[in-house]
Design a protein around this ligand. Structure first.
Ligand code: SAH
Length: 551
């Protein structure tokens, strides 16, 4: 009935992985989460089962847990007393032999249980009387229809369970499959109508979403509801709001659609509408005979999200970036990063490009988003640190295309390589520091030398990005010479290579001992300040930190 996030399939042990993957094939947007150290090959790891499950539940994420039902119940119990989100929660036996819907009856848990059970070829453990009797949840009509009143609906279903007969008035194709106690003369009626009126006592009222409200003036939710009422239409018969695309950035319009809980669509040249039903002040209502699919009316406002994946490991990606990736229709970025952002679903389009074509990639992203697509541009680390966010804004800055300005543009931060490497080493950036890219592809080398000289003189700790490459073999050696003019050979140096990735390697050395051969383009170099020091870990290795005080 309601729209939820993509499900999370949660594993406690490796044994459930094959079942998890089969369930994922049913819900391609779902992610498989595995307990760190116990599950190999999940999409994402998690450290603590209880916190993870409760976090998913509170954020309204459907949960498919491959473990004992009792564990799930005990874990979520503290959250059940308060009335908050209630996403579907199911326990599935690791070997796929049992599917138990636990919570979220009105969120469609039984429907999910039936879908999963059908795929696993077992009987779902459905215990909801109405569902057992009729084979469907009468209170959960399919897309395109809305139940008028849930409380009244519950009473109606218990009447039917009590032995009352029912008849169907109006067009309800999905009820053809259902085992209802039908009788032509029945008092109880399932009524499918767009008409605005309260449900009668013996009636289950369901509204087909047949209306489109085109908003040309100011319109808050009350005005739209009033216009529908004046036209004799139920508020729930509204399929979507429609407006001129010039109003894509209008926050009032967006808030109105959110309040009415319908999609907001914008007129394109091809937009075909059902017949005009009623014309009011600033609102035109169109009405079809059948429920409408809003996805086929005009286009939505496109969205362009620039995200950073963090250094590599999934648990160091911010959840907002993960969500944007899950919701993306198009992904743009360097192939390695697109692969890191995956696995992608078959319906997601990857536009892989060479690392050098950044402006072109940014323009392409805007064009896709302007056409109404949900687009994500991926960088590693943080997108604003020597990465795509600046390229995207530069493309916007150069463009005169008004449609680009209507795109919903967002930049989500990520854990940059310097921060990931610093954390691995301890806290070498614990005091003032600077980030410098040693690449002279986009800036003159003299600028880099000048900055290095000043940063070193100012005793800032430094993180070098893009320290060396085949095309830039000598620059790092030169940079180290400049730093060495201001810092002693004992100055602590940290090298982080492939941090957060399987081949991760952290090396501690000193300015005097560091040679460019130890460094490649997958390395982040941290040069300590005069105060950066090492402290024994107790296992023969050292932590590195820069104290917060100064002298
Ligand atoms: N936007 C990225 C940086 C892109 S520049 C970020 O915020 O991290 C590319 C440089 O970043 C590489 O040459 C290397 O110096 C550094 N880098 C990126 N990922 C790294 C990782 N996982 N480990 C070590 N260095 C990394």
């Amino acid at each position: 009935m309601e729209q939820h996030n993509a499900p999370a399939i949660v594993l406690l042990g490796n044994g459930g992985l094959p079942t998890a993957r089969r369930i994922q094939a049913l819900y391609p947007q779902a992610r498989v989460l595995g307990l760190n150290g116990r599950v190999e090959g999940a999409d994402e790891g998690y450290a603590e089962f209880g916190d993870t499950l409760r976090g998913l539940y509170s954020s309204d994420t459907p949960i498919i847990a491959l473990c004992a039902a009792g564990i799930v119940i005990r874990t979520l119990a503290p959250l059940l007393a308060s009335k908050g989100a209630e996403p579907p929660v199911l326990a599935v036996a690791e070997d796929g032999s049992a599917v138990v819907p636990l919570l979220g009856g009105l969120g469609g848990v039984n429907r999910m249980a039936r879908e999963i059970a059908a795929m696993l070829d077992v009987a779902p453990a459905i215990t909801t009387s109405g569902e057992l009797r009729f084979g469907t949840c009468l209170l959960d009509p399919p897309a395109g229809y809305a139940l008028a009143d849930i409380e009244q609906g519950k009473r109606f279903v218990s009447d039917l369970l009590g032995g009352e007969a029912v008849r169907v008035q109006g067009d309800a194709p999905w009820l053809d499959e259902v085992r209802l106690p039908l009788a032509d003369e029945a008092q109880r009626v399932i009524h499918i109508t767009a008409e605005a009126r309260p449900a009668e006592r013996h009636e289950l009222l369901i509204h087909p979403r047949v209306a489109v409200a085109r908003i040309d003036g100011e319109a808050n939710a009350d005005i739209v509801r009033q216009a529908l009422a004046d036209a004799g239409l139920a508020a729930l018969s509204l399929a979507c709001l429609l407006a001129e695309r010039e109003r894509m950035t209008d926050p009032v319009l967006a808030a109105t659609a959110t309040e009415l809980d319908v999609p907001l669509r914008f007129i394109t040249e091809e937009t075909a509408l059902p017949p005009l039903h009623q014309q009011g002040d600033g609102i035109r209502l169109y009405r079809a005979d059948e429920p409408l699919d809003p996805a086929l009316i005009g286009q939505p406002r496109g969205r362009l999200t620039v995200v950073g994946l963090g250094p590599g490991a999934a648990e160091f990606m911010v959840p907002a970036a993960r969500q944007a990736l899950d919701e993306a229709e198009d992904l743009l970025g360097y192939e390695t990063y697109i692969r890191m952002a995956g696995p992608l679903r078959p319906d997601q389009v990857a536009h892989c490009t060479d690392n050098r074509e950044e402006l072109q990639r940014a323009r392409h992203a805007f064009e896709l988003a302007a056409s109404g697509r949900r687009v994500v541009v991926v960088s590693s680390g943080d997108p604003g640190v020597f990465a795509m966010a600046a390229a995207v804004l530069e493309a916007l800055d150069e463009s005169r295309d008004p449609q680009w300005l209507q795109v919903e543009l967002q930049v989500f931060p990520g854990v940059s390589a310097a921060l990931a490497t610093a954390a691995k080493a301890g806290a070498p950036l614990g005091h003032d520091f600077c980030l410098i890219s040693l690449s002279d592809n986009l800036k003159p080398w003299e600028v880099i030398e000048h900055r290095l000289d000043h940063a070193a003189a100012a005793d800032l700790a430094m993180a070098f990005y893009n320290p060396i490459s085949r095309a830039r073999p000598w620059q790092l050696g030169r940079a180290l010479e400049i730093v060495a003019r201001h810092r002693r050979p004992e100055t602590v140096v940290v090298l982080g290579r492939d941090i957060g990735r399987p081949a991760e390697k952290l090396t501690l050395t000193s300015l005097g001992e560091l040679t460019p051969e130890q460094v490649d383009m997958r390395t982040l170099v941290i040069i300590g300040s005069s105060l950066t020091r090492r402290v024994p870990k107790g296992n023969g290795e050292d932590w590195v930190y820069t104290p917060r005080w100064y002298r």
